[in-house]
Design a protein around this ligand. Structure first.
Ligand code: ATP
Length: 228
């Protein structure tokens, strides 16, 4: 299979294990929601894909073995991460942040600022002066500038005001409509995920407990694994 394939993924922070045999796949063009309560291993899964945490198990992307590659090589294979906490270069301008991430492809400064017009309006401003929502847009813009074929979105709307959240979800739906892009998206909003995700994978204590077409998620599963 040519998309992302994880098989029996285990991940470790020093002596403590966070993932216990996670297997999942994201097919080309597919959008998969990675769900589960706090601390169940969602962020660790994307960190393991990107080579940012010690892990064992098979992880392949587009037929390439990710296991022994450093993070920058994994990014070069077309995996773009929008990390939790929207990290950007605070002292660079918006435009500098975007250009620094650029790799050749359909996404460039013009296309990113068309997706998020506020980034165009604030192109010359230091990233540190942006609002939280704008910084999140910048983090997504930076990932897009790398021209990924797989986008990993880790809590892209966490802690943002409703209007900004709506704007970012609108952009994510637009990205999904770009049919060749695969997306693995982590978020707490079932309603928003339902608008983009083809499939749902639920993690519970570092293991997959559900892997289903999104529309097939049952009330019992959402209550049991996502309820508070
Ligand atoms: P959240 O929504 O809170 O980010 P999550 O599902 O993304 O939750 P992870 O952040 O992947 O969960 O955490 C999985 C497990 O790994 C948790 O038990 C967490 O305490 C542990 N963990 C995460 N980061 C570290 C770290 N840097 N050092 C040690 N343990 C960690």
């Amino acid at each position: 299979m040519s998309g992302l394939v994880l098989d029996d993924l285990r991940a470790f922070y020093g002596p403590s294990q966070a993932l216990f045999g996670v297997s999942l796949s994201v097919a080309p063009g597919e959008t998969v929601a990675l769900m589960g309560r706090n601390g169940m291993g969602k962020t660790t899964t994307v960190r393991a894909i990107c080579g940012m945490v010690r892990a064992t198990g098979r992880r392949h992307y587009a037929g390439q073995d990710l296991a022994r590659l450093p993070s920058h090589r994994i990014a070069q294979l077309g995996i773009g991460l929008v990390p939790e906490g929207r990290r950007c270069f605070r002292d660079l301008t918006v435009a500098e942040n975007l250009v620094a991430a650029a790799r050749r492809g359909v996404w460039d400064l013009d296309r990113v600022t068309a997706l998020f017009p506020r980034l165009g309006e604030r192109a010359g401003q230091r990233a540190a002066t942006l609002s939280g929502g704008e910084q999140q847009m910048l983090a997504i813009g930076r990932a897009l500038m790398t021209n990924p074929s797989l986008l990993l979105l880790d809590e892209a709307t966490e802690g943002l005001a409703p209007l900004v959240r709506a704007e970012i979800w609108g952009a994510i739906r637009g990205l999904k409509a770009q049919s060749d892009l695969s997306i693995l998206v982590i978020d707490k909003s079932l309603r928003e995920l339902a608008g983009v995700a083809d499939r749902a994978v639920i993690l519970e204590r570092g293991q997959v407990v559900a892997d289903t077409p999104f529309a097939g998620l049952t009330r019992e599963e959402t209550d049991r694994y996502l309820g508070v």
